[in-house]
Design a protein around this ligand. Structure first.
Ligand SMILES: C[S@@+](CC[C@H](N)C(=O)[O-])C[C@H]1O[C@@H](n2cnc3c(N)ncnc32)[C@H](O)[C@@H]1O
Length: 278
């Protein structure tokens, strides 16, 4: 039986429950596994994956022996994560619903490693996210975030930039998720949560989207299943600009494809990797 919420008044939750992010996550598995391979995971490490989706990084961490909790605001993705874990026979991982900016129910100092790859960046209250992630990480532990970078020329930053040009202005007080891709903003958030600035470091890295179809078919997946893109198409349609949005995105997807053929898709995207030592 589906546990998908029928009505929600939380727009952050509604955005991610709107589509089916598992369709996009399926194209990100290799990079998720590669990233987790760099985290020095050892048996029994206590890991929290925030904005875990259906486990692109949480599952590889569990496969390497960590004890993993995935927390996500979207009930359908929590359900999908638990189904994947069960299908893989992993008993050292579970997913539960929660908000990265209010980790109510999770004790102070309870994780060795908090990972959030393109996850907590989408929570609306960034200072609360920093405070909560620091609170639940034990002293001497680590927080690792992956954040898309504003105005970066690669795929996701461009999808979000193009989409915003077709969407109504955000409500007053809205803080763009992309600000998590700006080093000075990240430093301000974690230092206000009590972390010295010299314990925060940055690195540019690449995530590759791999899809067994053409770039235009890959865009169709975003149009049908990725909440932010679904919303942009709806907003553009209301203004009679759906074809313009589609044409811009189609050009973007095709120009970024690196397979050298239109049959399959491989698109690298740059992100900011943030490491915080608590
Ligand atoms: C782009 S997806 C990334 C999912 C996953 N980390 C991955 O790499 O496949 C963003 C995820 O963040 C989750 N999310 C958004 N806002 C959140 C919040 N306030 N608290 C927890 N999760 C949130 C969404 O539901 C979604 O699963």
């Amino acid at each position: 039986m589906s546990t998908k919420s029928t009505v929600t008044t939380n727009p952050n939750q509604a955005l991610w429950e709107k589509g089916d992010f598992t369709r996009i996550a399926a194209t990100m598995r290799e990079s998720g596994d590669a990233l987790v391979g760099t985290l020095g995971i050892s048996d029994g490490l206590e890991v929290l994956d925030l904005g875990s989706g259906d486990g692109t990084t949480a599952v590889p961490a569990a496969k390497r022996g960590a004890k993993v909790l995935g927390v996500d605001i979207a009930s359908n993705l929590v359900e999908a994560g638990n189904a994947r874990a069960a299908g893989l026979g992993l008993s050292n991982i579970r997913f539960q619903q929660g908000d990265a900016s209010d980790l109510d129910g999770l004790d102070d100092d309870s994780f060795d490693l908090v990972v959030s790859i393109f996850g907590a960046m989408f929570a609306p209250r960034p200072f609360e996210v920093a405070k909560e992630t620091v609170r639940v990480t034990r002293p001497g532990g680590r927080i690792v975030m992956g954040n898309w970078i504003p105005n970066d020329p690669t795929l996701v930053a461009q999808i979000l930039k193009i989409s915003s040009a077709y969407s109504p202005p955000p409500p007053a007080g809205f803080v763009s998720p992309m600000t998590w891709g700006v080093e000075s903003e990240v430093i301000e958030r974690f230092t206000s949560a009590g972390v010295p600035a010299d314990q925060i470091s940055f690195q540019r890295d690449t995530y590759t989207f791999s899809y067994a179809g053409s770039p235009s078919e890959f865009l169709a997946e975003f149009r049908e299943y990725y909440g932010p893109t679904m919303n942009a198409y709806e907003a553009a349609a209301k203004d009679g600009r759906e074809d313009d949005l589609h044409s811009e995105l189609d050009t973007l997807f095709n120009s970024q494809n690196r397979t050298g053929t239109e049959e399959t898709t491989s698109i690298p995207a740059t992100y900011l990797r943030v490491t915080v030592v608590t």
